[in-house]
Design a protein around this ligand. Structure first.
Ligand code: DQA
Length: 144
């Protein structure tokens, strides 16, 4: 059982800066993640929130709810949310940070991630494919 969390503004996919984030919607992304989960034999639950506290609550509850891995795109919270960082490091479910765009090729404030260091790893710039790779990794990790 894997959890996919998308943070602030990711509900605007398809409308928001399509040159950067593409024309597909959050619903497209979530359906893809569920389909990839089915191929991997994993049930995938997708959630999105524009609220930092909601993301924290979902991370706090993940283990108790039976999730064995989290794919997290924190949106702009990546760059400054120590609360999100503490939520990730304060629990034991492995988290993979994913960004649709190549954050290192963009504005300098996006080069810093305060969350990546407490995640298993970070995938950036591969669009939806990054979520698939993260789901594959987390599935393999459970088999170890
Ligand atoms: C993002 C990159 C962030 O810098 C930005 O604030 C987002 C989306 C991405 O998926 O590329 O909201 O996380």
């Amino acid at each position: 059982m894997l959890l996919v969390l998308n943070g602030p503004n990711l509900n605007r996919l398809g409308l928001r800066e399509p040159g950067v984030y593409g024309v597909q919607t959050l619903e497209d992304l979530e359906r893809q993640c569920e389909a990839w989960g089915a191929e991997l034999g994993e049930s995938v639950t997708c959630r999105q929130s524009n609220y930092e506290g909601q993301l924290l609550d979902w991370i706090h509850e993940a283990q108790e709810q039976g999730f064995r891995g989290i794919v997290l795109n924190p949106g702009a919270l990546t760059h400054y949310s120590y609360a999100l960082r503490d939520a990730i490091s304060g629990q034991s479910v492995p988290v993979v940070e994913v960004h649709l765009s190549n954050v290192d090729a963009r504005e300098s404030f996006r080069h810093q991630s305060v969350t990546a260091a407490v995640c298993r790893g970070k995938i950036s710039g591969l669009g939806f494919t990054g979520y698939r790779l993260a789901l594959e990794y987390l599935t393999e990790l459970q088999a170890e």
